[in-house]
Design a protein around this ligand. Structure first.
Ligand SMILES: C[S@@+](CC[C@H](N)C(=O)[O-])C[C@H]1O[C@@H](n2cnc3c(N)ncnc32)[C@H](O)[C@@H]1O
Length: 202
């Protein structure tokens, strides 16, 4: 597997912490920058990158075996406007400067169901505030999840931190929201099983 990842290293960022403040330099077009945190096998990000060729997309995924699938998908489709990072993020501000990003996607984040692990959830309130700091003033956080308990927790954390909700539904695919247009691997799996998809946009 290491060899297969090495062969696709041109799609990856070697030292993402050194890239803080200069992510735009990685892309030929100088459009907006978007991040998917926990991008999995890359279905969503490749869909976004194909739909918006002038933007730059960054996919962060902590598991290298999963990231490999995203790298292969990107190479196969000859997509030039995505770069990937293989780290488990603790504080997003270690990687991005204030107002560097136009949008952050959190798709089907790990639920960490035990109460004592609440701080590990990617939608924990303090993390949401950290995301806001690296976003432009009109930047967004878009969150999708099948997990109703994680969604309830997320809404509580949004309220606790006094953040404003722009869009919200507990059944994204029965809604008119544009966020249903580009789906993720997990989203397809849960939709096929008849599960409602929760969605909130900040
Ligand atoms: C349940 S999967 C969802 C994948 C994809 N977003 C989707 O919707 O199909 C969550 C992914 O996030 C990754 N992940 C979780 N916490 C992370 C973190 N702090 N930094 C980077 N990746 C993370 C996991 O390794 C896993 O692959």
């Amino acid at each position: 597997m290491e060899e297969r990842i090495a062969a696709l290293s041109h799609l990856m960022v070697d030292d993402p912490f050194a890239q803080k403040g200069s992510w735009k330099e990685l892309f030929s077009e100088q459009g907006e920058l978007y991040l998917e945190l926990g991008c999995g096998k890359g279905k969503f990000l490749t869909g976004c990158a194909l739909a918006k060729g002038d933007a730059g997309y960054i996919g962060i995924e902590g598991q290298d075996s999963v990231l490999l699938r995203a790298l292969e998908k990107t190479e196969q489709a000859q997509i030039g406007n995505i770069r990937f990072v293989c780290v488990f993020v603790k504080d997003i501000r270690d990687l991005f400067q204030d107002r560097e990003l136009a949008g952050i996607y959190l798709n089907f984040s790990d639920p960490w169901p035990k109460a004592r692990h609440a701080k590990r959830r990617l939608t924990y309130g303090e993390r949401l505030v950290q995301y806001k700091q690296v976003l432009k003033t009109d930047g967004f956080i878009a969150i999708k999840t099948d997990n109703d308990a994680l969604f309830d927790f997320t809404l509580e954390e949004i309220e606790r931190k006094g953040l404003e909700i722009k869009e919200m539904t507990r059944d994204l695919h029965a809604s008119g929201y544009e966020a249903k247009e580009i789906t993720t691997e997990y989203e397809e799996r849960f939709r096929e099983a008849g599960k409602n998809i929760n969605y909130v946009l900040l």
